[in-house]
Design a protein around this ligand. Structure first.
Ligand code: AMP
Length: 189
């Protein structure tokens, strides 16, 4: 199964993506995690990405698309994948569809986790305290949400028009939300 998981920062995408990818037996591909791993390693990609991440901005499409193209071309993605945090721009949507159609593949579902804005802000502030992520300061949190609502939220309409979009309420316990996703995607357990 090929699934894209969308939703604002703090919606719980990472947690759910990890669990759902495990159930589906497909790799969980988080562009944010790949960028963070590169930042930790101090690789050229990490040095480039960090400037944008720390400001709450998106890493340029050219850099992000090349990274995803490389990741999806690996053998473990043949049977499917769960993309977490990609695509996030119109250009990335086009690039992903080009990557898939070049190998005669298509997405099965685009899952949008919906959450209340106040809830998201309080989750992000809590995560900042727990994990100390350098992009979880209040100003950067605000900017990341703005960028999401300007650039990424409108993309769901593109997937809705293709009949791929499934919306799931992201409010509640981790187990509640997982159960909703399992039902919405028709995952057999
Ligand atoms: P995340 O962990 O998914 O919230 O991503 C953390 C940060 O990594 C984002 O705020 C962006 O700076 C960068 N990033 C992750 N995914 C993308 C993407 N698809 N396009 C551009 N930047 C991204």
């Amino acid at each position: 199964m090929r699934v894209v998981l969308m939703g604002p920062p703090g919606a719980g995408k990472g947690t759910q993506a990890f669990l759902i990818a495990g159930m589906l037996g497909v790799p969980h591909i988080s562009t944010g995690d790949i960028f963070r791993a590169n930042v930790t390693q101090g690789s050229p990609l990490g040095i480039e990405a960090k400037r944008y991440m720390d400001a709450g901005e998106y890493v340029p499409d050219g850099v992000t698309n090349a990274m995803v193209r490389d990741r999806l071309s690996r053998d473990d993605c043949h049977a499917g994948f769960l993309l977490d945090g990609y695509p996030r721009t119109v250009e990335q949507v086009g690039e992903l569809s080009a990557m898939l159609s070049s190998s005669a593949e298509r997405l099965d579902h685009v899952l949008e986790l919906t959450v209340d804005l106040d809830e998201v802000v309080s989750r992000l502030v809590m995560r900042a305290a727990e994990q100390g992520r350098s992009d979880d300061t209040e100003d950067v949190i605000r900017r990341r949400l703005e960028v999401y609502f300007e650039q990424t939220a409108p993309l769901t309409a593109l997937y809705e028009a293709q009949g791929l979009l499934v919306r799931v309420d992201g409010l509640g316990t981790i187990a509640d939300v997982t159960a909703r996703i399992v039902a919405a995607l028709g995952i057999e357990q």
